[in-house]
Design a protein around this ligand. Structure first.
Ligand code: UFG
Length: 329
């Protein structure tokens, strides 16, 4: 089976490519290196460099390759940035998906597994959050992902596409063999940011607000290991290929950790004392996001195995300490 991975040189996309190849899939990758890295590419995947927003480029790939299913990771995904540059998010995320869906229609590709986000939920009263919760994003990033989900829903009515949307909570960790991991410029995600501080690449870490309505006043998030996350994508592909209906699943762990708890766990894992400063709240941040992942377990048979925060942080640290400059040699 030929699977097209959009954004296959990025953090999550590259893990998907490696795990698909491990399982014997043929993989075609598209990436424009906006945030991806050439060294994250799998040497045996067929690679096309280009932008999903270019109809001509996309058409040329679909003319060459017979695609059986798509994993779509090609999007901007930073909550903070999405609040200051909203149009960048509508352009790359929403318009990019418009072109992907046009290609699916024109070339008769029926199945897509979509990288969505807990950010679609916004602030919710009831934890853990189930897929039935009413989506009300508090940031542009979440709004664009919700729009992309709706686009797929309308296209299903029009030309019988089937989609699985996977709403990720906070993805972290790295491939256990240490070959690939997280490398953003600049880095903004909590766990890699703390690791940069542990490596002396930044002098301190700033906690974005300690006056939230949570146990220690800092935001609570649900962290999931990137390899477990990708297993769910492969199960979702399988589900669609076996006639599964379009569906939405949360991917998380049913447990939450505060920013302060994460900092403490990283300090313990690295043995390094990291200076911490309390700063202002970051615009768009909901105070608490914890997933109910029961549906993915029941319907997809998802069985995450790297579920402790210690394991996630250990694998992240293994990548960061061996690649202090990321993929840069
Ligand atoms: N944080 C800090 N200091 C930092 C970085 C982060 O205090 O230097 C805090 C944030 O304010 C937030 C928490 O740590 O409360 C986690 O922040 P991240 O930036 O690591 O992650 P987000 O929760 O903002 O967003 C991530 C992904 C999104 C996804 C979301 C779902 O980037 O794509 O998780 O929960 F939608």
């Amino acid at each position: 089976m030929n699977i097209l991975v959009l954004g296959g040189a990025g953090y999550i996309g590259s893990h998907a490519v490696h795990q698909l190849m491990d399982k014997g899939y043929e993989v075609v990758v598209i990436d424009n290196f906006q945030t991806g890295h050439r060294d994250a590419l799998h040497p045996k995947a067929r690679f096309y460099e280009g932008d999903i927003r270019s109809r001509e480029f996309m058409r040329s790939v679909f003319e060459k390759e017979k695609i059986d299913g798509i994993l779509h990771f090609a999007a901007n995904s930073l909550v903070g940035e999405s609040m200051t540059e909203p149009l960048k998010y509508f352009d790359n995320n929403v318009y990019g998906t418009q072109i992907v869906l046009e290609m699916m229609r024109d070339f008769g590709v029926k199945h897509i597994v979509f990288s969505s986000t807990a950010a679609v939920y916004g602030g919710q009263e009831v934890m853990p959050i189930t897929e039935e919760a009413i989506a009300k994003p508090t940031n542009t990033y979440g709004e664009t992902k919700l729009t992309m989900e709706k686009m797929m829903g309308w296209c299903e009515h029009a030309f019988d596409l089937k989609y699985v949307s996977l709403r990720y909570f906070n993805v972290a960790g790295a491939r256990q063999d240490g070959k690939i991991g997280e490398d953003h410029h600049p880095e903004t995600h909590l766990i890699p940011v703390i690791m940069e501080a542990a490596l002396g690449k930044r002098s301190e870490i700033t906690v974005f607000g300690d006056d939230y309505d949570t146990t220690d006043g800092t935001c609570i998030r649900d962290y999931i290991h990137v390899e477990d996350l990708i297993e769910a994508h492969i199960l979702a592909l399988d589900y669609l290929q076996h006639g599964g209906e379009s569906n939405i699943f949360n991917l998380g762990s049913n447990q939450g950790f505060s920013v302060k708890e994460i900092i403490e766990t990283v300090k313990q894992a690295t043995g390094i004392d990291i200076p911490v400063k309390i700063g202002e709240r970051r615009a768009g941040d909901p105070s608490k996001l914890i997933a109910s992942a029961t549906k993915a377990k029941h319907v997809l048979g998802w069985n995450p195995t790297k579920t402790t925060i210690e394991q996630i942080i250990k694998d992240a640290w293994n990548w960061h300490r061996h690649h202090p400059n990321g993929f840069q040699r």
